[in-house]
Design a protein around this ligand. Structure first.
Ligand SMILES: Cc1ncc(COP(=O)(O)O)c(C=O)c1O
Length: 392
């Protein structure tokens, strides 16, 4: 294996995070020692089941849920698909109207588009220039046929944190199911399900220093939902497939570590975010800071650098040994402008010039300073050769 990554500076935590050594240790131990199939009644099976149930309890406690309300899945994407298709199918007799926002991650947006193709009526509520949904727009869109509302907790591109509690309170009064995609916020912000007022909440391990390919869905007791994957009836019949014991244990360990240090992490990341933001705005001209100034993920900065393209910046910074992103890195390698930025009202050019910097608690200020130096140089160099110069 090459050691090219050794001194590389990683500032793309919204795409994924490194796995903590303590988490890797738990995963490895599970893979080797607790390999049993949790559905079997012999000792190896029982030991695997014990680990899964302990992990379920850890995840449930962090969000103020009971153990029976947590279903393990194969990803945040799968959690969203189960919540969306599962409740749409289970509640079709009540109505066929669903409400969501214009800026959901493709892991929710595409399922909604599929439902629209299958005859559901889907309302996509707009956002303001900060990427914020207005709770009163959700209220106005409600109809007698509305069966589900789904709004992400925080946006993965610009980090704007949505008024989930406010929307939750409205929907509770109306008795309408409420799902939130908390993949960017679980263990990065507080995500108590009762405080948020949600009936379903999706999360993923790889955004919190856990492994890729494991997630969970909180489903409030009494919620009508159909399975999405059928088979051996694991996870109380809601998600068939032999459980990924090692991945689940890794998710729980990562969540336990993140939840224990949450306040400190939020403070460290927020201070670093303000430092990055203020430094970029002071050192570089013709820059927009995208997203909400305060109500945003502590570890997210998103800028639009005029006259140049995000993709070119990402490649140059990569060559200098820094990872950042020009859009939704965990969707595809599409060069289309981010739908989130377009919905916020950015011009196509400003959306194309966007750069997302998502730092983590292991990043140091000297790493950030190295990034800032190289960013300034990158922008200057690219602007020199850009056909879109100022005033043209
Ligand atoms: C907001 C949001 N939802 C869902 C997902 C998908 O999660 P996963 O990669 O675990 O499928 C992501 C991944 O970036 C995300 O940011």
């Amino acid at each position: 294996m090459s050691n090219k990554l050794q001194n590389y500076i990683y500032l793309d935590h919204a795409a994924t995070t490194p796995v903590l050594p303590e988490v890797a240790k738990v995963i490895n131990e599970c893979l080797v020692k607790y390999f049993g199939n949790a559905s079997e009644i012999h000792l190896p099976g029982r030991e695997a089941k014990k680990i899964i149930e302990k992990s379920r309890h850890m995840i449930a406690s962090i969000m103020g849920a009971s153990d029976g309300e947590i279903i393990f899945t194969g990803s945040g994407t799968e959690s969203n698909n189960l919540a969306i298709f599962g409740t749409a199918e289970a509640n079709i007799k009540k109505g066929n109207h669903i409400i969501t926002s214009e800026i959901e991650h493709p892991a929710a947006a595409i399922p909604f588009k599929m439902l629209a193709k299958r005859g559901f009526k889907v309302t996509f509520v707009p956002v303001d220039r900060f990427g914020m949904v207005d709770a009163s727009d959700i209220k106005k869109a409600l109809s007698k046929k509305t069966i589900l509302v789904s709004v992400m907790h925080a946006n993965n591109i610009v980090g704007t944190v949505q008024p989930i509690e406010e929307i939750g309170a409205i929907l509770k009064q109306e008795g309408i199911l409420f799902h939130t995609d908390a993949v960017q916020t679980f263990c990065n912000l507080k995500t108590g399900v009762n405080r948020l007022g949600v009936d379903m909440l999706s999360l993923s391990a790889h955004k919190i220093y856990g492994p890729k390919g494991v997630g969970a869905l909180y489903i409030r007791k009494g919620t009508k939902i159909m399975p999405y994957i059928y088979g051996g009836g694991q996870e109380k019949g809601r998600r068939s497939g032999t459980e990924n014991t090692a991945g689940i244990a890794g998710l729980a360990k990562a969540a336990q570590i993140a939840a224990a240090g949450l306040e400190d992490k939020i403070k460290y990341l927020t201070d670093m975010r303000e430092y990055i933001k203020n430094s970029v705005l002071a050192r570089i001209d013709d820059v927009l800071f995208n997203g909400h100034p305060e109500k945003r993920l502590p570890g997210n900065c998103n800028f639009s650098f005029r006259f140049i393209e995000g993709e070119a910046m990402v490649l140059r910074l990569d060559a200098a040994g820094v990872a950042v992103s020009s859009g939704s890195a965990c969707s595809t390698s599409s060069t289309k402008p981010s739908h989130t930025l377009v919905s916020m009202g950015l011009t196509k050019e400003d959306a194309a010039g966007s750069l997302r910097i998502t730092h983590g608690f292991e990043n140091t200020y000297s790493q950030v300073d190295y990034f800032l130096e190289n960013l300034e140089k990158t922008v200057t160099d690219l602007r020199k050769i850009s056909p879109l110069k100022k005033g043209q």
